[in-house]
Design a protein around this ligand. Sequence first.
Ligand code: NDP
Length: 315
Amino acid sequence: MDTTASERVHCLIIGSGPAGYTAAIYASRANLKPVLYQGIQPGGQLTITTEVENYPGYPDGVQGPDMMVHFEKQASRMGADIRFGLATKVDFSQQPYKVWIDDEKLIEADAVIIATGASAKWLGLESEQKLNGFGVSACAVCDGFFFRGKEVAIVGAGDTAAEEALYLSKLCTTVHMFVRRGEMRASKVMQERVQATPNIKIYWNTETEEIIGEKKTEAVRIKNNQTGETQTIPVSGFFVAIGHEPNSAIFKEWLDMDEAGYIKTRPGTSKTNIEGVFAAGDVQDKIYRQAVTAAGSGCMAALDAERYLGEKGLH
Ligand code: NDP
C-alpha cells in the first residue's frame, strides 16, 4: 500500500447520498472545507429509483437521479471538494484519523463523517434485475403510490416486509405476501396486524421463481417449497423486502455496531464511540431509511463536527 501520497483535510465526508451531500452543504457553509468521496455509486440508492414524490420542496415530484445531481450541485456551489473514489480502509486509533481511498491515497482528517448508506438485498433473479424500476422495487414507501388500486406482491417476512405490506394494503387492492418458511420473523404485533388485514394474502413456504413481464411487471411465478406446486399470479408491482446491508464493513474494527452492522450513534446525535467520527444516514438507521431523514441526519453530523472541531481548537 502506497502511504506516501497523503493529504491532510479538516473534515472528510465519506458517501454521496442525501446524508453525505447535506453534511457537505452544512460543513462548507461553516467553513470546514469538507472533502467528500463519493464511493462506487455516486448519489447512492436514489440513483436506482425513479420518481420521488415524498421529498419536500418538489411539488411536482422529481426523478431520484436528478435529485442527487441537485444535491451534488448545491454542495459543490457551497465549496465542497467532491471527488470520485472509494474509502477502502481506515485507522481511527489516533488523531488525525486515517482513511485510505482506493487502497492508495491516504487522507488524514480532523473529523470524519460516515455516510456510506446501505444496500437493499435482492433475491438474485435475472428477471428481478431486468424489471428493477419497472414494477420491481425494494422500497414500498418510495414506490407504493404508483400501484394504487392495483395488485402487488411482496417477498420477505421480517418487520420491514410486515410494515411495507401494511403500507401497501392501504393503497392496493390485494397484497400477495410470500414467506419462505412456515412462520414469520417479524415481531408478534406486526405479524398479528398483517394477518388481521383482509387484503394481505400470505403464502407460506413459498419462494419466487420468476417475475414475468417484458417492459413492465405483469405477473409472478411462485413455488411452494413443501409441495413443489407452482402458480402464476398477475401483479403490477413486486416488492423485495428481505433486508438491507449497511455499508460499514471497513469500520468494523473501530466502531460500535449492532449485530446487523448498523453503526451505533449516541441517541439524538450523530456521534459514534470515537470522538470526532460521526455517522449519518442509512449506515446508522435501519428504521426510517428515507431521503429526508438521511438529509436531516447529515445536517446533524456537520453541526456535531463543527462543534467538535471548535471545542478541540481545530477550527
Ligand atoms: P430481517 O433480516 O429481519 O428479515 C429479513 C426477512 O427476509 C426474513 O424474514 C427472511 O426470511 C427473509 N428473506 C431473506 N432472504 C430471503 C430470500 N432470499 N427469499 C425470501 N425471503 C428472504 O430484515 P428487516 O429489514 O425486516 O429488518 C431488519 C432489522 O430492522 C430487524 O431487526 C427489524 O426488527 C428492524 N426493523 C424494525 C422496524 C421497527 O421497529 N419499526 C421496522 C423495520 C425493521 P427468514 O425469516 O426465513 O430468514
